[in-house]
Write a protein that binds this ligand. Structure first.
Ligand SMILES: Nc1ncnc2c1ncn2[C@@H]1O[C@H](COP(=O)(O)OP(=O)(O)OP(=O)(O)O)[C@@H](O)[C@H]1O
Ligand SMILES: [Mg+2]
Length: 571
């Protein structure tokens, strides 16, 4: 019921369309009622009273009735369906916005494909329900109501007999509806799994090919499809069961009516014309009632979907602005970590990290893979919050800062090059949405990317494929660097930013970055020590702790892990 109310709430802004549609459905229902009602006087006039004028007029009358009914029906469906689509569009936009706002932890734990499937399939199934509810309730509801009016008007005793069977349908309808709702949730979950697999395999197509996993993946996919089919089969079973069961039960009503009504006509207590009018209304009422019962099932299915959609909509981001959050302005860019501990899922990744940087300093992190370097720097833009301890910028706890103002202070070149299937220009523009073309060119030049960009078939307008698939690894990195350069933020984080470049371009990019680092607080993570020799501070991170720190010369003299790394690389 709660999900149902929420779905309706989303339709509220479109009440004008809905109202119009309701009026039109009154028209449709009214015409049906009128048609059934007129059977009696027409039959009487034509066959009993031989009124030929009415007979001549009849074909035209019937056509006219259906023209009016057709127009009403058009208005009814057009407005209700557009209202449904508009409501669904709002829901989809909200789910999308909310999902984007959710924290990294949510996205780590929820596959992209599943989220896609919720946005597409679940919302679609939900929308079928919305449309079905409103069309069903109004058009079929009114239709049934008018026809029932005729039925009771013609012969209320007979009507009571006919409808004695109605209570008998309630129990099976509810049972079947409940099953359908449950199965709908499950089968949409399976669709989510399927779309997750599709998303994964095609984004990893190279690995699939390199390891000849086509057959393996195809089989795995077939198994999922089979599981999906199993749920679908059960839900088909219940859906198609619904009609025959209802028909069997209602046939009891019809049988009773024919028996008792026929008796009344034979005994002369009812005219044959009235009986025909009654039967016409009953046959006509049968369709809307059947559709109402069917739409009950569609609603149940859509509620299963709605629950899944609302789950995402209700998911709260873990990291939000605190109520007293302040705007960060004119930052110096001094970053401090005080006794920071961090765990992703219970397992400790950073232990007791404390460090302090001054404005304009370059701090480098080195150390074995998996030591926690990327994790450490991801606490600064609050991708995650420290489990205990504090991260401060210019002496202010990052949790007390408005998130958007915090993000404006930080430019990040991530270890993974993250690019979108868009033009080179737009990919760089992510750094600063209002940048001019000249700014973008300048940023590309500073990142030593201008030459190769101009050699691309459409230059800056070249679309680079999913995740930049049409570029080389080093080219992708340089675009990411250009993006960070364009952002021109006081704090710069470079996580293996030049790892994919050859020595020559690395040196060139490095000198560009050196220019960029001036007057900025920079965190550099690098496995190649050549890029960090001149850092103001080098920290060696091992198993979540800072085990050594100092300048290059200090660390060489100390003869610890850094010395070992250095000797290995420069032997
Ligand atoms: N999203 C995550 N969820 C759970 N655990 C994670 C996550 N990201 C990293 N880890 C774990 O945290 C530890 C530190 O990872 P991190 O990426 O910080 O290492 P790193 O020092 O950057 O390594 P590398 O030099 O290979 O990039 C690893 O043991 C890793 O398994
Ligand atoms: Mg890393």
């Amino acid at each position: 019921m709660k999900a149902f109310k929420r779905v309706l709430q989303f339709s509220m802004p479109y009440w004008r369309r809905i109202l119009l549609s309701v009026f039109a459905s009154l028209g449709v229902g009214g015409m049906d009622g009128m048609f059934a009602y007129l059977v009696e006087p027409l039959l009487r006039k034509i066959f009993a009273e031989n009124d030929m004028a009415i007979f001549a007029f009849l074909p035209l009358g019937i056509f006219g009735l259906f023209v009016v009914r057709g127009v009403c029906r058009y208005v009814n469906e057009y407005f209700i369906r557009t209202a449904g689509q508009l409501a669904i569009q709002d829901i989809r936009n909200q789910v999308y916005r909310n999902s984007l706002g959710l924290s990294m932890r949510f996205h780590n734990n929820n596959p992209t494909g599943t989220l896609m499937s919720r946005l597409l399939n679940d919302v679609l199934v939900m929308q079928e329900g919305v449309a079905s509810v409103i069309t069903g309730l109004f058009r079929d509801g009114f239709g049934a109501l008018f026809l029932l009016g005729v039925i009771f008007w013609r012969n209320w005793q007979l009507a009571l007999i006919a409808f004695l069977v109605i209570p008998m349908t309630v129990y099976p309808a509810q049972k079947i509806g409940g099953k359908i709702k449950k199965l709908s949730r499950h089968s949409l979950g399976k669709i989510g799994d399927i779309s997750s697999v599709i998303q994964q395999t095609f984004s990893g197509i190279k690995v699939v090919k390199a390891f000849s996993l086509e057959q393996f993946e195809t089989d795995r996919f077939a198994v999922l499809n089979r599981e999906y089919y199993r749920f679908l089969r059960r839900s088909i079973k219940y859906e198609v069961m619904s009609s025959p069961v209802m028909e069997m039960i209602t046939s009891l009503g019809i049988a009773a009516v024919i028996w008792f009504g026929g008796r009344q006509v034979l005994d002369g207590r009812m005219t044959a014309e009235a009986f025909f009018s009654f039967i016409t209304a009953m046959i006509l009422v049968y369709n809307p009632v059947k559709r109402l019962i069917n739409s009950y099932n569609v609603i149940q299915r859509s509620l299963g979907a709605a629950e899944r959609v609302f789950e995402v909509l209700d998911e709260k981001p873990e990291i939000v602005d605190s109520p007293d959050a302040v705007q960060l302005e004119n930052v110096l860019g001094c970053v401090e970590l005080r006794n920071v501990n961090f765990a992703y899922e219970g397992e400790s990744v950073l232990r007791n990290i404390s460090l302090q940087t001054r404005k304009g300093e370059v701090v480098a992190f080195v150390g074995p893979s998996g030591g926690g370097k990327t994790t450490l720097v991801s606490l600064i833009p609050r991708f995650y919050d420290a489990t205990s301890g504090t991260v401060l910028i210019d002496g202010i706890d990052v949790r007390k800062l408005r998130l958007d103002s915090l993000m404006r202070q930080i430019a990040l070149v991530d270890q993974e090059t993250i690019l979108f299937n868009d033009s080179v220009e737009n990919n760089i523009r992510y750094g600063k949405p209002r940048a001019t073309t000249d700014d973008i060119r300048e940023a590309a030049r500073a990142a030593f990317a201008l030459d190769f960009i101009e050699d691309l078939p459409q230059g800056f307008q070249t679309v680079i494929g999913d995740r930049g698939a049409r570029l080389s690894g080093g080219q992708r990195q340089r675009i990411c660097i250009a993006r960070a350069i364009l952002k021109n933020a006081p704090i710069l984080i470079l996580d293996e930013a030049t790892s994919a470049l050859d020595t020559e371009s690395e040196q060139m990019v490095q000198s560009a970055l050196n220019n960029l680092m001036a007057n900025r607080t920079t965190f550099v993570i690098a496995h190649r020590l050549s890029t960090i020799l001149h850092a103001d501070k080098i920290m060696v991170i091992d198993r979540g702790q800072i085990v050594e720190s100092g300048t290059h010369h200090d660390l060489l003299r100390a003869g610890g892990i850094y010395r070992k790394l250095y000797d290995m690389q420069f032997a």
